[in-house]
Ligand binder design. Structure first.
Ligand code: TYC
Length: 115
């Protein structure tokens, strides 16, 4: 019988009942990455293009040229992923975009889904 390191407590000579000595299993470094979420913008017929570009610049740190490209992708295809984040950050982005859009009386929709 071989014991994992965590089962060797109270075993001063580091041997188990059969006399086996040493480490059978590597201790597993358990650094799980958090699940990621895609944040998406949805197209609509009313939100001004320049407002969508401003949203991408302000809340996602995207430069003007790339923000314009992404906005046009949403306009033509109906939606685009604008970033991928851990759950809490994705949720914050969605809330910021939705609040900002409503404050400016635009119907822009921002959603998230597990990657
Ligand atoms: N379709 C909008 C228009 O023609 C522009 C637009 C782009 C709206 C992207 C929303 O997420 C969006 N004014």
């Amino acid at each position: 019988m071989i014991l994992a390191p965590q089962m060797m407590a109270d075993n001063d000579d580091r041997s188990d009942e059969d006399g086996d000595v040493g480490l059978a299993l590597k201790p597993k470094p358990k650094t799980k990455r958090p699940p990621l979420y895609k944040v998406m913008l949805l197209n609509d017929d009313y939100t001004p293009m320049e407002f969508v570009v401003l949203v991408l610049e302000r809340f996602f740190g995207i430069g003007h040229a790339q923000a314009t490209e992404i906005m046009l992708t949403v306009h033509k295809k109906g939606l685009a992923v604008v970033g991928v984040f851990p759950h809490e950050i994705a949720e914050t982005k969605v809330t910021q975009v939705m609040d900002f859009s409503r404050r400016h009386q635009h119907p822009l929709q921002c959603t998230m889904e597990k990657e």
